[in-house]
Ligand binder design. Structure first.
Ligand code: FUB
Ligand code: ZN
Length: 621
């Protein structure tokens, strides 16, 4: 039950002050992903990804840095946000441990936590960079990520305590949060007022929920309300990139660095959920609407511009230079997941579905060992890239220098169970289609709900319910264009009783999608989708210069298993313009179109074979 509304006395509250807020996700502890697509991905992260990220963190010095014994002249000088990388990894391990033993991962996490506990300063401070390299600058430089790292430590600590019962890291996190509260809110003695990179806001709300200590919620609200309106913060950061161009309560568009923006507004939504602050809720609605309806790629990617690592203007969505950072896509899932708790509208589950199957998953290679930071929608031929323009890498790398995305994947995929179901009163909401089983406490008693499905490749879903009479609300996916379900705000509602079975079939036909005309970069093009999956062409299948290909709108589309990738590919009728390689720069048109079969693969699987060109928005005829 939420509703500590005394934090917003004098402001409009959007829920009943006595009963608080009731919509909740069913937590990870009570949900198991039992099979199918996501079980395989979770197994991959548990058996391959977590370990390969750890190895790279070890080799690059991030793990050893926790011993805080780095000295001038030694290799691997810690970096201001290295701690966030390793604690995000610990958080991921916690979600893995929540679902079963992983003794080697747990031992590594325990050792890292021991180092943190040993080296935390007496007053609660912890950051390996400032402890070992520049202690005199602690809490002095706004954009040096101390509070971002602290936020990640808090999240990891709570998750680890839930999974293992061990509270050493949580004690460290609480001690650190208490110090931050004193220095930033009570004494206001730090060199700045709000974090350069948001994250601590949402973490503090989690800590408030964990401990019941209202100061943490107050501190989260303090950081939100001080942003963009205090004299202490660095004036150079008073701009859109840091979401400090306006007070948060006055912002209406998704601006600046996409990860910061998504983390900030996830925290704002959390505070609104706890306090009922209507003004903050209105801000969240506006930001969400702007982000997903005017500034989001069809893959759920966010961030059109590399220099800002973020948003530009409405409908500006370049493909080859797209930034679309994996962390920003994960941030969008965080934000949508929180928005889902405000109202029973399917849009939030639709966006989560879009981003998990496309813009997040493309960040991880099929073998689980390599990562994309940027997820463009087009990779162009090598010789077409002017050197001064930044283009995303055509192939994933193992953990790289700026390594926020790999551990974000390590924590996101094992936690996916949290995104499947929600509950409000006697209604269970089914938001994502994944083979899974959940137990839930309803007012009418304990219930169990399970799903069997081959999503995202087939649209049949079987839902079984056990328990006393209740209601099940099923999200009808936005991409489904049939009309056989009666819906309210995108959900179909069914009364259920012990043993009820609900069966759905959302036929996954190939669909050509077009962008709003204002997205000039996609004019004349279509993206191919099938169910929730965006597809793309690669030159390894279709030859170089993918823009010479046009897909025939009225042609045949066939879906067949690609043995090499182990995934369904789509074969479409198309034309390929034959052109002479050695023609003059300009010449009268004489070339011809030849019929070809165009092969498309799921976008998330691009760049898993040899280096290749890639294209989502294909020319059509
Ligand atoms: O600055 C910390 C993280 O590194 C950001 O969220 C990412 O965009 C990357 O720059
Ligand atoms: Zn990242």
């Amino acid at each position: 039950m939420y509703g500590k509304i005394d934090l917003i006395i004098g402001k409009e509250c959007f829920f009943d002050r006595k009963s608080g807020w009731k919509m909740k996700p069913i937590s990870l502890k009570n949900v198991d992903i039992t099979g199918g697509f996501w079980k395989q991905k979770q197994d991959l992260v548990r058996t391959v990804t977590a370990d390969s990220v750890y190895k790279r963190f070890y080799d690059t010095g991030r793990v050893t840095a926790l011993k805080c014994n780095w000295k001038e002249g030694m290799p691997n000088q810690p970096h201001v946000f290295w701690d966030s990388d390793v604690v995000k990894w610990i958080e991921g391990v916690a979600y893995i441990l929540e679902k079963g033993p992983a003794p080697e991962l747990e031992a590594k996490a325990d050792a890292m936590i021991e180092d943190i506990a040993q080296n935390q300063w007496e007053d609660g401070y912890f950051n390996t960079y400032f402890i070992t390299v520049e202690p005199e600058r602690r809490f002095q430089v706004q954009d040096w990520h101390e509070l971002y790292c602290a936020g990640h430590m808090i999240e990891a600590a709570i998750a680890y305590k839930h999974a293992t019962g061990k509270d050493k890291l949580l004690k460290c996190a609480i001690k650190y949060a208490d110090l931050i509260d004193r220095v930033f809110r009570v004494e206001q003695s730090a060199g700045f007022m709000t974090p350069g990179h948001e994250e601590i806001e949402l973490a503090l709300v989690k800590l408030y929920r964990e401990t019941g200590e209202k100061r943490y919620l107050q501190l989260a609200l303090f950081f939100i309300d001080m942003r963009g309106r205090n004299d202490k913060d660095d004036r150079r950061l008073y701009n859109k990139n840091f979401q400090a161009h306006l007070p948060v309560r006055e912002q209406r568009t998704a601006e600046g660095h996409a990860v910061r923006c998504m983390y900030l507004f996830s925290g704002v939504a959390d505070v609104a959920l706890e306090t009922g602050d209507k003004e903050l809720l209105d801000v969240c609605h506006a930001i969400f609407d702007n982000a997903v309806n005017r500034r989001m790629y069809i893959t759920g990617g966010l961030g059109a511009d590399r220099s800002e690592e973020g948003f530009t203007i409405d409908y500006d969505l370049p493909n080859a230079t797209a930034y679309a950072e994996t962390c920003a896509a994960i941030g969008l899932a965080f934000f949508a997941h929180r928005m889902q708790r405000f109202e029973n509208r399917s849009i939030y589950g639709d966006i989560i579905e879009k981003v998990i199957y496309n813009g997040i998953l493309s960040g991880l290679s099929l073998d689980g060992k390599a990562f994309f930071y940027e997820n463009p929608l087009e990779i162009i031929p090598k010789e077409a890239k002017p050197p001064e323009i930044h283009y995303a890498k055509p192939q994933r790398s193992e953990v790289f220098w700026c390594s926020c995305c790999p551990p974000n994947i390590v924590r996101f995929i094992p936690d996916l169970g949290e995104y499947i179901y929600g509950v409000e009163d006697n209604t269970i909401f089914v938001d994502q289609f994944m083979s899974s089983k959940a137990s839930v406490k309803l007012p009418s008693g304990y219930a169990e709900i399970s799903q069997e499905t081959n999503y995202p490749f087939e649209g049949t879903v079987k839902i079984t319910y056990h328990g006393s009479p209740a209601q099940v609300a099923v999200r009808i996916p936005a991409w489904y264009d049939g009309n056989e379900y009666v819906t309210k705000d995108g959900y179909a509602y069914y009364p259920v009783e012990d043993g009820s079975v609900l069966e759905f079939n959302f036929p996954m036909n190939v669909k050509l999608m077009e962008a709003n005309a204002k997205v000039w970069q996609d004019t004349g093009c279509c993206a191919v989708m099938c169910g929730p999956l965006v597809y793309c062409m690669e030159s390894v299948d279709n030859g170089s210069y993918l823009r010479r290909i046009r897909i025939l709108e009225d042609g045949k589309f066939e879906r067949k298993m690609d043995e090499e990738l182990g995934l369904p590919a789509i074969y479409a009728d198309g034309l390929r313009r034959e052109m002479e390689e050695n023609a003059p720069l300009y010449a009268p048109k004489k070339n011809q179109d030849v019929p070809v079969k165009v092969k498309l693969i799921p976008y998330f699987a691009f760049a898993n074979r040899e280096e290749s060109e890639m294209l989502v928005w294909a020319l059509v005829k």
